[in-house]
Design a protein around this ligand. Structure first.
Ligand SMILES: [Zn+2]
Length: 137
């Protein structure tokens, strides 16, 4: 059982799995926004154009109104923001966990330097500049 969890941890902490999960969740949340625009504004408008009576145009069980449509839409947006925020915190946590025990790569030792006369990049061992032929100490 312990090995199972080890494997699962390895699997879940791989970057592409997390990226995929983020894509699916954000995609779902964004779909909710699109559905919200459609249900709150486009469908009622179409129903009105097609000649439905105002009392027949509903959001859920209630009769459509600007206030109801707007509050419905704003709550959809807030849901999206909360989803994204929670997701961000989870990713931050995962990044922290997966970063534990990893040493940051040491920066590579410099192999070039700048010539003090012409400011060209030259090999660090050079005693004469290849660009301006100045003698270097
Ligand atoms: Zn030079």
């Amino acid at each position: 059982m312990k090995k199972f969890f080890e494997e699962f941890k390895k699997f879940a902490l791989r970057g592409n799995v997390i990226d995929l999960a983020v894509g699916v969740i954000i995609g779902g949340a964004f779909t909710a926004i699109v559905n919200g625009v459609s249900n709150d504004f486009i469908k009622p408008l179409l129903a009105w154009i097609m000649g439905a009576k105002p009392e027949e145009i509903l959001i859920g069980e209630a009769q459509w109104s600007w206030g109801l449509a707007a509050s419905d839409f704003v709550s959809t947006i807030i849901n999206f923001v909360i989803t994204a925020l929670v997701l961000f915190l989870i990713i931050k946590f995962f990044n922290k966990v997966s970063g534990i025990g990893k040493k940051p790569a040491a920066p590579a030792a410099p192999t070039t330097k700048k010539c003090p006369y012409c400011l060209s990049e030259i090999p660090i061992e050079a005693t004469k500049c290849a660009h301006c032929t100045s003698e270097l100490k």
